[in-house]
Every structure is written in C-alpha cells, then in structure tokens.
Design a protein around this ligand. Structure first.
Ligand code: UD1
Length: 429
C-alpha cells in the first residue's frame, strides 16, 4: 500500500489549482442513469472514487468514456467524461461494489425512477459513524415507492412509476436531498422537498438536471419544488470547484505560513470556513482568479467552531481545522454535530504531539509550540488530509500510511503541495 512521506517546516508559496468537486461529480455521474441521452461532464477530478463509481455504473450497463490527455493540454484542467446509460442492463447494485463507496447507494433513485425497480445493497463508505439510509428510503416512499429490506439489500419498486409528493426531511441530509431530486424529476406530478440540504453541490446537480430537461426550482434553499417530466435528455455540464479541497489548502497555508493562490476557488462556496481561517490569523483575499490565502510570522489564534449543514462550517473540514488548531496560541473548541464518531484523527494527531481532549461531541484542543513527525495511519478521507496538514508543520519526518483514503478525494495532492515548496513524496509499495 502506498505511503506518503512528509518533512515538515516549509512555508507554502505559489498557486494551487482547485479541482472539480468530488461531492458534485459523484451524484452528477449517478444522474446519468436518468436518461438514454449522453451526459458530458467537464472539470471532473481524477479520483479513486470516480473510477469506483465508473465500475458501479458499468455494472448497470452505463458506458463511461474518459477523454485522454492530448499533448499540450493543461494538466491543471479537469477531465471531460461522456456517460451514456442508453441501455440499463441490470437494476441491482451488489454489495461488493456499493460497500466500497457510500454515495453509490444513491443509484437507487434514478434506477427506480426510470426503470421502475432497483435492488441496491446497503452502503459502506468512510468509517465515521452509523450513517443510515432511513431518510433516503422515506423520501422514495413519499414518492410512491414500495420498499422492502431483505438480506442487506433495499428493494424498491414502482411498477407504475413514481408520483409527486411532499417530502419533509426531519434532519438535513445531502444524500436524501440528492436522491429525492433525482427520483422526483421523473415522477408524475409535483414534488415539494422541505428542509432540503442547501449544500452547493445540490444546486450544481439541480442545474445539470435542468439542462437535461428537468423542472427544479429552489435548489440551494431549504424548499425545493420539482415538477416531474416524462423523459430527460443528454446535456453538458461543468462540475463546480471543490470547496472542501479549497478549505483544506487554505488551512494548510494558515498552518505553514506563506502565500498561495487557490486558483478557480469560489469563496462563496465556503464563506463560513474562510471566516474561521481568517479568525485564526490568515489573510484571505478574493481575486478574479480565485482565493488568496496568506499568513506571515504572526501566531495562530484559537477558535470555537461547531459544524453544521451549509451554510455553516462543514463537517468535511472539521478534521483539518483541528490539525490547524493544534498549533494555536491557546485553547480551541470544535463541536461535531453531523456525524458521531468523526474524531478518529484525534489519536493520530496526538502521535505528532497534539493535545486534544474529547468529551462527547466536543474536542478541546490546547495549542502546542511544536509538533514532531511520526508514523501515522489514515483512517478516513478527511482525517487523512488533516494528518498531512499537521505533518507539514511538524519537525522532522512523518509517514502517512494507508493513503488510499486520500486518493479517494484529493486529486494529485503531493504534486500540488510540492509545487508550493512542501517536502512531500509518495512511496509506492
Ligand atoms: C454527504 C457528503 C459528505 C458530507 C455529508 C455532510 C457526498 C458524497 N458526501 O454525505 O462528504 O460529510 O454529506 O455534509 O456528498 N442521516 C440519517 N439518515 C439518512 C441519511 C442521513 O440519519 O437516511 C444522517 C447521517 O447519519 C448524518 C446526517 O444525517 O448524521 C447528515 O448526513 P448526509 O447529509 O446524508 O450525508 P451524506 O449525504 O452521506
């Protein structure tokens, strides 16, 4: 298994191109199942999760064509993929595929809406809590689906098609909102979703579906209205920039000091997180090209943060912020409200010398003068990158083991950091 070796202590200076968002790419690829037409996606990041989803879609008979690079192409540009679900050959998504990536469960919605049936294994994914699918099932039931759970599979049927309905989510759920929108797009009649997730990726997917002929309004607010249509067609859509990658590098620069342009980043996608990085002592400037993050000699200030659904501080940046706060001058508090058990990075950060105490859903971080490199183990996607951030500021060498988690969600991480002066290399097994 690959490892990543980091020697800390270098400031970061230069430009980091921000990739297309993983969390938009995955539902966009899944949305291709709604149409016989070809969906062309631009700005798709090169990630292990994209390849995995390609396999899963392939199992249903979907053709995914990824355009190769030509000489002279800008390596910083994401790729273009052509996805065609002209012939859906199988409506079952088996355990061995779905268990590798939680979001793949979402195929249940387009398969059910277009084919009238779907049999999808209960998901796996990052080990950050129980992550049930009850709300996704509730949404489909409200659209007239009959659902059974049998031997670890969700079996959904709507032989006469789905019908519009009202879905009131008792809790904000990104996956629930994506699946509800996809299913309702092909339902007969109008659907209203209340307490919908407002994450920017929801808006991005709704934009794409509208280009495919769907009639969705209100995406980005907590009330989404979808007028069902009988058919969707192909379209072309460019994936929005990854706000979690943006926030991660912003925190890395705040950690090491330096001055980096996060090219293509859109600050409005992560204002809450940029505000926190600003409070911690970095200077954040929006430019035509993206977001510039700089910190010179001054120390880091401690912060108090609670994760929340968008537009709040994202749970997907919680681990990275904790890494940053290990070096603050004072005591910080971070409360995680979205996922229980999303603190697996705490014990690994402690191996680098961090002082963190956990009490239920709150972590108290007492800033230390220095971190020291050590071997650490990546446990989930965002936790892994928090170890990279800490290692960039630690004295000596850190070896991050099990980096396949990083490859799931961060495109060319080492390359992007090396170009800004970090000492980081991948050691292939
Ligand atoms: C998505 C993101 C993930 C992010 C999360 C929260 C993708 C591919 N993944 O995950 O990176 O951390 O949003 O912003 O976009 N819940 C239930 N029942 C359900 C569904 C969810 O109780 O049926 C709970 C979850 O356990 C969690 C909360 O609702 O406590 C929010 O989860 P949700 O927003 O659904 O997360 P995902 O869509 O899985």
């Amino acid at each position: 298994m690959d490892r990543i070796r980091i020697v800390g202590g270098q400031r970061l200076n230069g430009t980091i191109p921000i990739s297309g968002a993983k969390n938009a790419t995955l539902p966009l690829m899944i949305a291709s199942l709604l149409t016989e037409g070809t969906l062309i996606l631009d700005n798709v990041p090169r990630l292990a999760d994209v390849i995995q989803l390609q396999r899963i879609l392939g199992n249903h008979g979907v053709d995914v064509m990824i355009a190769g690079k030509r000489p002279g192409d800008d390596p910083n540009q994401g790729r273009t993929i052509h996805i065609s679900a002209k012939h859906v050959v199988d409506t079952t998504a088996p355990y061995d595929l779905v268990s590798k990536m939680r979001a793949s469960f979402w195929v249940v919605a387009p398969l059910l809406a277009r084919m009238g049936e779907a049999k999808v294994s209960m998901p796996g994914g990052c080990a950050i809590g129980t992550r049930p699918v009850d709300l996704l099932i509730l949404a489909l039931e409200n659209l007239g689906a009959e659902i059974e759970i049998e031997s670890g599979y969700v079996i959904a049927r709507a032989p006469k098609g789905l019908r519009g309905g009202e879905i009131v989510f008792p809790k904000v759920t990104v996956g629930g909102t994506h699946t509800a929108i996809m299913a309702a797009s092909l339902a007969n009649g109008t659907t209203v979703i209340e307490n919908a997730a407002r994450e920017p990726e929801i808006g991005d997917v709704a934009d794409c579906l509208n280009k495919m002929g769907a009639k969705i309004s209100g995406a980005g607010t907590s009330r989404i209205v979808i007028e069902g249509v009988s058919k969707l067609h192909g379209a072309r859509h460019s994936v929005l920039p990854d706000r979690i990658e943006t926030g991660t590098y912003a925190m890395a620069v705040a950690m090491t000091g330096g001055d980096v342009l996060l090219q293509h980043a859109r600050p409005e996608l992560l204002q809450a997180a940029l505000d926190v990085v600003g409070q911690a002592g970095a200077t954040i400037t929006s430019t035509n090209e993206g977001v510039r993050v700089a910190r010179n000699g001054a120390g880091l200030a401690p912060v108090e943060v609670t994760t929340a659904p968008f537009p709040g501080f994202p749970t997907d940046l919680q681990a990275q912020l904790m890494a940053l706060m290990t070096r603050a001058e004072g005591t910080s508090r971070i409360t995680e409200t979205i996922f229980e058990n999303r603190f697996m990075h705490v014990q690994e950060l402690a191996r680098l010398g961090a002082r963190i105490q956990l009490d239920g859903e709150t972590a108290t971080i007492e800033g230390v003068d220095r971190l020291k490199g050590a071997p650490v183990m990546a446990t989930d996607l965002r936790a892994s990158v928090s170890l990279v951030i800490a290692a960039l500021a630690a004295e000596g060498e850190t070896m991050v083991n099990r980096v396949y988690h990083l490859d799931r969600g961060f495109e060319r991480l080492e390359e992007k950091l090396v170009r800004c002066g970090a000492v980081i290399e991948r050691i292939s097994a």
